[in-house]
Design a protein around this ligand. Structure first.
Ligand code: FAD
Length: 288
């Protein structure tokens, strides 16, 4: 049996809105780049609202770094031709990895998803469309606790399988805090015959209230023990940061102990906590 490879990481960023946010993003990329991530991905705003900014950020990563970027893309509020143009634009800019998503309903969370007239009807359709345009590496989403719209986890796993059959090469999970949730999901996914890598998505809790709010919308559960750890610290950012570091370390080290070698971090464009967690996973940047 060959030895397992050293741990590998990937990072998600969002496209910046203001010059200050742009500086924060690029400082974070500069800090995390020496860890030689397998890829970094850049999100796409709801309904394509960040189309230009996502493209500009990804194109700058291609131009100015050695990191392989992945561009997120959704089917919301756009025709096939428009989406195909975005995909070709990425190909022309040298991008070879797309994170293909359906996106949230244009009417907002809780409303029914309706395909845009003449648009891709689902993430599965989008994956097929992207693969027709070029030999892209295509990542898709996975939901260890189920997507809020799905009737059952089994339906979600069928949806994942359809995306893989359409050509997806990797899945990235929604964030979770209980590692057992991930491993139980992985067992079910493998039993369903899905063999692509399922990267665990980890979110360092920079701000507990914000994370809990976001989790509620995405179907990720927030365990009581996590709420208890941040209890009473609303006005104490310094202690919150230390607790957040301990929580992230505990989760990542447990995943590693249980055999995980590839980790995806939702960075929120901040490097410190993620960098420290990667250090614990054995990653070493060049000395700066
Ligand atoms: P899908 O995989 O398409 O599934 C959506 C729902 O439909 C599920 O309930 C599924 O069970 C069901 N379904 C799908 N296909 C079938 C089928 N064939 N038969 C039966 N049921 C089916 N959103 C953004 O706007 N921009 C981003 O950049 C972004 N990045 C993300 C990155 C990751 C890693 C994750 C996990 C999510 C991201 N999202 C992003 C959120 C995502 O767009 C929403 O969760 C959206 O509501 C669903 O899109 P999807 O591609 O994840 O879902």
């Amino acid at each position: 049996m060959s030895a397992p490879h050293p741990n590998r990481v990937s990072f998600e960023f969002f496209p910046p809105k203001t010059p200050e946010m742009e500086t924060q993003l690029w400082d974070s990329i500069a800090r995390l780049a020496p860890l030689e991530p397998s890829f970094v991905s850049v999100t796409y705003g709801a309904g394509g609202s960040t189309r230009e900014r996502t493209h500009a950020t990804v194109a700058r990563i291609v131009r100015e770094t050695k990191i392989k970027p992945a561009a997120h893309l959704t089917c919301v509020s756009a025709s096939r031709d428009e989406v195909d143009d975005v995909v070709r634009g990425y190909w022309d800019a040298g991008v070879r990895h797309i994170v293909a998503l359906r996106g949230d309903p244009a009417g907002g969370l809780g409303t029914a998803y309706e395909a845009f007239p003449g648009g891709y009807a689902s993430s599965t359709d989008l994956v097929k469309g992207i693969r027709k345009i070029g030999d892209f590496d295509v990542s898709v989403s996975a939901y260890p606790e189920g997507h809020p719209e799905s009737a059952s986890l089994a339906q979600d796993i069928d949806a994942l399988k359809a995306k893989v059959d359409a050509g997806a090469t990797r899945a990235i999970t929604q964030f979770f805090f209980e590692n057992d949730v991930y491993f139980r999901y992985l067992d079910k996914v493998r039993a369903a015959g899905v063999t692509i890598p399922i990267l665990p998505g980890l979110v360092p809790v920079q701000n507990f209230k914000q994370t809990a709010n976001f989790a509620r919308k995405t179907g990720a559960s927030v365990p009581q023990w996590l709420a208890d750890r941040f209890d009473g610290l609303d006005n104490d950012p310094q202690t919150r940061r230390l607790i957040a570091a301990a929580v992230a370390a505990e989760q990542a080290l447990d995943l590693m102990k249980r055999g995980v070698t590839d980790f995806h971090f939702y960075t929120m464009n901040r490097a410190d906590l993620v960098y420290a967690t990667c250090h614990l996973l054995g990653l070493r940047g060049e000395k700066q």
